[in-house]
Ligand binder design. Sequence first.
Ligand code: ATP
Length: 579
Amino acid sequence: MRRFYPYLSYLRPHRGLLLWALLCGIIAGAASGAGLPFMVKTVFPVMFAKGAVPLTMWQLVLVALWIPAVFVVRGVAGYLNTYFIQLVGTRVLEALRLDFFRKLQVLPLSFFQKNSTGDLLSRGLADANQLQNTLTTVANEVVKSPASLVGSLCYLMWVAYHEQGVALVLATLAVVPLTVLPIRYIGKKLITRAGQIQAELGSVTAIFSENLSATREVRAFGLEERETSRFARASQTLIRAQMKFMKYEKALTPLIEILSACGISFTLLYAYQVHLDKDTFLALVTAIYASYEPIKKLGSLNNEMKRGLGALERLEEVLQAPVTITDPAQPVTVGRLRGDLGFSDVTFSYGGEVPALRKVSVALPAGTICALVGPSGAGKSTFANLVPRFYDATAGQITIDGFDVRALRLSDLRGNIALVSQEPVLFNDTIHHNLLIARPDATRAEVEAAARNAHAHEFIRTFPDGYDTIVGERGGRLSGGQKQRLAIARAFLRNAPLLILDEATSALDSESEAAVQDALKKLVVGKTVLIIAHRFSTIRDATHILVFDAGRIVAQGTHASLYANHPLYRSLYDRQSGA
Ligand code: ATP
């Protein structure tokens, strides 16, 4: 229970609703816990006693209405209780999901390399859902069930004490502590299994989402069968985990019922021994039965808490994951930067034994168009990714205009950088909105001007809806070249002093290629540019070239000097240009 305390704060804004729910719950509990035993104990003996005075018309009506009235009160109060609790539940879920999503926005990129998208999806949806169920069930039952238990136990003790004294009270209550044993035993069994279910659910979702993101590859490589059996295996593991959970969870009710039957038969024997009259006996049995109901509920509440605990642990792994890339405590306030870029003794490791960058030092004055070249895995992308602090250097310092990047506010730093990535991601929205993300306050005319500069206006105009065309998920309705031109248009719109250009590895058709190259030529003017050159096609326009090999800068200079003096560069260039 203690583990849930920090999360009960999600319930705090809904105190009023919860109070109503509680009130209704207590009314419903009291109606079912005491309403019927009262009838058995107080009304039936008067009606059916030998030589009883016949009831008047009004008394008969009252008796006839009593049972339906108990059920009406129980039904209406129970309905309102459930309704209020569900209302709180959906609001809690909304807040929880929002916190989870908000956290995903600020976690460092390294976090997403360790956790699969599907598993994160499952945590944000299924685990949040489970925790919502648990919190609302706990909120609902944690007072209601004990209240109803105390209510029926008090009634039970009152009847027993009234008739036979303390001995009968003790006899009727003897079985109650025993019911705690199965609750505790089953609870222990459930805790590990609950975690397993949520983890397996995560694996199933992960396979699902991976498969949906690779629909083309599945068909192209004939992976249909392999994928289906992979999914079936994960699904079976999930079902096995669920069945193991159910095996114990569902055993609780019959166990408590068997114990309560033992309690009743024990009371029967005792009643026979002490010559208890049948009305008292019947009232006792009804009260005993009524008191086992909340015990059963408390038992399933315990089960529900174990489920919730499993989900909570998985959510906490995200909610409490450290946000390692943050604003400094006292940021240096900067506006638009010039773009002098400096790396001094920068080492970076992704966590493996071999660092991806080793003691890299370089100074690039503002306006340098710098191409990063080198064999695959040499560290070019890593070098570029450290500038906007997608990762933080393990050692050394990166500066812009002399400011350590870690001394700037993240929004200031990233606001001074435009990024054109290899495979630009577009949101499933209009072209206009997709461009606006580069500068939300841009006017329609500015957006169009940027698109013209990027040679995107030409193709946008041919769409019936023009700039209001929806581009599909990840820009699926556009060609590779069109997506690239939109990415360049975004960079034009952002007009940042630093530009990181991750050159596309896939070749475009010659017309698209020419348009993209021309747009890029215009884009780089006056900016400090890092071009991660995969195809060397933009290299001739670079004013400076850094040659990377195994995480080090092994040479730098102009194309002509490097080609003349550096064998690695010459061989890379010749291989790329087909010379
Ligand atoms: P390419 O031209 O193939 O894109 P690159 O020169 O850009 O290569 P990087 O992507 O910077 O190379 O990678 C440098 C090294 O770091 C490689 O050994 C790579 O395996 C490793 N690496 C890159 N990204 C990660 C990551 N997210 N986690 C762990 N290691 C990584």
